[in-house]
Design a protein around this ligand. Structure first.
Ligand code: ADP
Ligand code: GLC
Length: 481
């Protein structure tokens, strides 16, 4: 039995701010249990819901030398859906109302602590992984610490590491002297061939340099990040490591996201009966949100972090014009204030057409995936994107920009060949986006049979973890030997 440890800063069902949590929560369940024992370790945040905290049990605690102090490290455990989870507990680092804070230096101190603590905890919980699968910059120091000190002892010798880049934009950077002092790593590590990049110490870079393999969450993003535009300053390094870099497209949990059994939605439906049943969800949502109740109105959904990454400047630019069309727009999201206020404004201005829901809600997100006719995601960059996969699963036609995982998972509609699962445009341009939305409107209103066939193909597409989990397994096998 090969042993794998996922190390991540968030994971469903314990804590979620975005797609990383969905991946960490769903991928381990889909790795073949006959050959792999996959466990997950993450911080225990004060802001986790009481119901998930209640599932945790104290395992052990110890004190660790960190940032010139002797620091408490608690270890808790929980077994959910057959997966063993571990949690690193420290009330100083993991307090607060949200998992991530705004103080960049404190975030580095916090996740460097997490990385060192999780390695230190392994001998005490008696789990020696053959491979540690790290996710994003927060765990970038795991491969570094592993090489720098832990692999000197018998317990750790030979443990492999992989890092998956879910978002290259976030790297965890601060001046090298400070990071060196906090982490206790020798000066030797703070050179441009190791942790240093552009005069900063860079935790993600450390992970990329020292991990045995690097993956990211779609083929197209794996190519894009080797270029200056998408490379966030690390494109040179990623080109240099291209032999060890591959894209494996994300899947979603086909049980949690299943229109046939979803307890959050008003009317369950499937690929056979959606023509009659899906619209009942739209009707209920129109009522709930105070929009004009009309089965025929094309409803476009957005569920997203409201950030530049997701293309909201294009939407902001076109909002007034878009609202002249015969559509409804339902938004669920939180993020940058300018976008939150922009949607609030249009909700006020076009109250029967636009519904802005500026908060986080699992339940409303499922209702939107199920109720809308189309789903808008014009991202500037998108490593993979899970929302469009959820939309496809619910027969809600994605309208996306052709970048990263959006390009790999949404096949553009071709009216001549009658193929495609959604609509897409190439350039990051507001008018191109609007033209594409209007093309979709035209098919929706004038060619309903064609529209329904797009839904047929969308719902038939398979973005469960089946194929991708096998690719991870092959990689684990190859690395562990
Ligand atoms: P990212 O990880 O970049 O935010 P993804 O598309 O990979 O983008 O994943 C986003 C996840 O977060 C999806 O599961 C989506 O449904 C969820 N999500 C985003 N915003 C909200 C919100 N306000 N309420 C509920 N779920 C949300
Ligand atoms: C990141 C990316 C998103 C991806 C998710 C899970 O948050 O922004 O595109 O789907 O990670 O890999």
């Amino acid at each position: 039995m090969k042993k794998i440890l996922f190390a991540a800063s968030e994971g469903v069902p314990f804590i979620k701010t975005g797609g990383l949590a969905d991946v960490v929560g769903s991928l381990p369940k889909c790795i073949d249990k006959q050959y792999f024992d996959v466990r997950v370790i993450m911080p225990k945040y004060a802001c986790m819901k009481q119901e998930v905290k209640d599932k945790m049990e104290y395992i052990t605690h110890f004190y660790m030398d960190y940032n010139w102090k002797d620091v408490y490290v608690g270890v808790l455990g929980a077994n959910v859906d057959g997966i063993q989870y571990y949690f690193i507990d420290n009330e100083f680092y993991f307090n607060g109302f949200k998992p991530y804070g705004d103080n960049a230096l404190f975030e580095i101190e916090k996740y460097a602590f997490f990385s060192k603590a999780l390695l230190s905890a392994l001998p005490l919980i008696d789990f020696r992984p053959d491979l540690i699968h790290c996710h994003d910059w927060q765990t970038g120091l795991v491969p570094v610490y592993l090489k720098e000190r832990f692999q000197g002892s018998d317990f750790f010798r030979g443990i492999k590491s992989v890092i998956t880049i879910h978002n290259l934009k976030f790297q965890g950077k601060w001046d090298p002297k400070t990071v060196q002092s906090i982490t206790g790593l020798p000066e030797y590590y703070f050179t441009p061939d190791k942790l240093e990049a552009y005069d900063d110490a860079n935790l993600l870079k450390g992970g990329i340099v020292f991990a045995d393999a690097v993956t990211t969450v779609s083929d197209t993003y794996a190519e894009e990040i080797k270029t200056g535009f998408y490379g966030e300053g690390l494109d040179g390094l990623l080109r240099a490591r291209s032999g060890d870099l591959r894209g494996i497209v994300n899947g979603i949990d086909y049980e949690d996201f299943n229109p046939e059994t979803d307890p959050y939605i008003v009317k369950q439906y499937n690929a056979v009966n959606f023509r009659k049943e899906k619209v009942k969800n739209k009707r209920a949502l129109q009522e709930q949100l105070g929009l004009t109740v009309d089965d025929k109105k094309m409803m476009i959904g957005i569920v997203s972090r409201l950030t530049d990454q997701k293309g909201f400047d294009l939407i902001a630019h076109m909002m007034d014009e878009l609202c002249q069309d015969d559509i409804q727009l339902v938004v669920l999201g939180t993020g940058e204030e300018q976008y939150e206020n922009m949607f609030r404004h249009f909700d006020w201005k076009y109250s029967d057409k636009v519904s802005a829901n500026i908060y986080y809600s699992e339940e409303l997100s499922h209702k939107i995936y199920a109720s809308c006719d189309a789903f808008l995601m014009p991202s500037l960059f998108e490593p993979c994107g899970l929302s469009q996969l959820m939309a496809l699963r619910y027969g809600t036609v994605p309208i996306v920009r052709e970048t990263g995982g959006l390009k790999d998972t949404v096949e553009p509609y071709n009216q001549y060949e009658s193929t495609g699962t959604g609509f897409s445009f190439t350039n990051y341009n507001a008018h191109e986006m609007l033209a594409t939305i209007r093309y979709a409107e035209q098919i929706y209103y004038d060619k309903k049979r064609e529209w329904n066939k797009i839904i047929d193909r969308a719902m038939a597409a398979d973005f469960s973890w089946n194929v991708s989990a096998r690719k991870y397994q092959e990689m684990y096998d190859w690395l562990i030997g």
